[in-house]
Structure formats: C-alpha cells, structure tokens
Ligand binder design. Sequence first.
Ligand code: ATP
Ligand code: MG
Length: 322
Amino acid sequence: MQAALTNDKLARVNQLARAITEEVGRAFIGNPSITEALLTTLLARGHVLIEGYPGVAKTTLVKAFSATLGCHFRRIQFTPDLLPSDITGTYILDMRTNTFVLREGPVFTNVLLGDEINRAPAKTQSALLEAMQEQQVTIEGETRPLGEPFIVLATQNPIEQEGTYPLPEAQVDRFLIKLKMGYPVLADEKRMLSTYDRPPPPVRPVVGPQEILEMQALAQEVFVAEELLDYVLGLVAFTRSHARVYLGASPRAALALVHASKSLALLRGRDYVLPDDVRHLAPLVLGHRILMTPEAEIEGALGTVVIAESLDKVGYKMPKRA
Ligand SMILES: Nc1ncnc2c1ncn2[C@@H]1O[C@H](COP(=O)(O)OP(=O)(O)OP(=O)(O)O)[C@@H](O)[C@H]1O
Ligand SMILES: [Mg+2]
C-alpha cells in the first residue's frame, strides 16, 4: 500500500497519538513518553517488551493501551506449566463429524498481552517469539497466517527474581523496543494514590484496525536523510568495536532503529526523521540487542550504558532537508 504523506494526514496521526496518550493517562499515571514508545512500536509493526518490578503498573499500562486501539485483544498469563499449544492452538476431535478441527490459540488476535512472559519455560516462550518473527504459526504441519495488525505487548519481571526463566538471548531481539519501567516520580505516585482510591474510568477506543494499518503504511513513507543512515551506522559500529561488548548491534538492529525512527517522526507530526528521533530511540531499540563480555556482565555493565556512550561519542551531520 503506497500512502502519500499530506499535511492533513500528518496532522491527523499526531492528533490520534495525543488522543491515545490522553486515554491511556486515565488509567496509567506516568511519563507520556512510555505511551509514545508503545505507539512507535505499533506503527513500526514491531513488538514491545516491558520490564519492571511487581506493582509498577505494567499490566495496567498495557491493558489501557490495548483498549485505545479498538482491536481484537487477547491476554496470555505465562505460568510454568503453560504449553506451546496453549499459545498457538491445537487440533481437537469433533465428536459430531468425527474429524479433527483446529481450536485457534490466543495468538490469533490483533493485540496480544503476554503477561509475565519469563514465568514460562523456554520452549513455550519460543512458540510466541516465532509467531512474532514470522507473522504465522505452524500447528501439526499446517501453517496459518496471523491477523493484521498484530502486536505483542509482553511484560516481565527482572530476571534475577525467583521462579523466572530468562528469555533466550538470541530471541530478545524479536522485540523492537525494550522498555524499563521504574518507580514513578513522587508527584505522579501521589496523584495515583489520590486518584485511584476508587476504580478508574474505563479507557475508550480511539482508533481501529483499519486506521492502524493506514498509519503503519504512512510511517513507511517518512523520509530519512542519508546523513542519518550514516549516523545509525556509526552508532552500531561503535557497539561492535567496544572493548566490553561481546556481540554488538546487528544489521537487523540497525534496520530496526531506522524503522522505529520513522514511526516516531510520524507520531511527532513530521514527514522526515531528525537526529533527535534516532537519539531518543537508540537506547530503547539497541540496548537489549547487545551482549556484554562475561567480565563486564559480572560487573553489571549494561548494553544501555554502551549506547549512552555511543550517543556521546559518535557525531552526526545535520541533514540538509531538516
Ligand atoms: N503509575 C500508576 N498509574 C496507575 N496505577 C498504578 C500506578 N502504579 C501502580 N498502580 C496501581 O497499582 C496496582 C498494580 O498495578 P499492576 O498490576 O499493573 O502492576 P504490575 O507491574 O503488572 O505488577 P506485577 O508485576 O505484579 O504483575 C494497580 O491497582 C494499579 O492501578
Ligand atoms: Mg502484571
């Protein structure tokens, strides 16, 4: 689908982004940049992993965001005994016709909340991660496409907690963005306490599946100047040659950063990417795709720190058009 980025359309997307952020704000009190990151993921046709301690409103956020999208929604609560077929589906015998019929699993939806994804063993996680990567699932040899749009919003507790199975490292990069949710700032927490002593008002849908597909098509048309592609290449090259990095950001990671930057530019009402879009997203998109050396890991050095360093040290030329 070729979509022309007229001024009307830019204004419309920007207005929808504000409306969604406002609706999410009825249930979730926190930095609006969190909702912006979820929207960026949606427009770039990606998936998001949200990490945070219990009780920081991960589930609340994701449920509110999903409600604004006006799409078919399913939730999977990951538990140690969850099976891959609990995600993808399974054939059951229909007694009346004496044939096997497919009972589709919850992955057949538009918006999928994978709650506490690291509470299930690797094999079950893989079933979901494969579906995310390939936009299809294979059940007993038969391949079926997933719906469109399709976005997975997964939450997890930090891995050092008991009773968790860390996501396979090679598969964490199936997530376009990894968001870390910390404790709210004092003023927000106080507002939360005084607001939510009663149930919050329900969150209303702002868009629908068709409108989401249109916005996704528009995001592809956003202009990225050559100078900014060079900037992205400079950032990933920095991670690859860093002494404390075992495995730097891949070409897939670089591509993800470009896609995400285009979506963010669109959400912010522009038809061209600015260096600021790239800088804002680099920690969210690249941070979880870098493997540190074992020594650096023992000292607790994080991928996001390397990204912060790259943003400090790698320069960029201002694109001509901006
Ligand atoms: N910033 C916030 N805005 C709105 N509600 C909040 C906020 N922080 C906490 N709460 C409230 O705290 C409760 C716990 O939130 P929620 O269940 O979403 O947390 P969680 O991060 O998913 O926790 P867990 O990891 O245990 O599943 C909810 O009642 C929620 O309304
Ligand atoms: Mg939760």
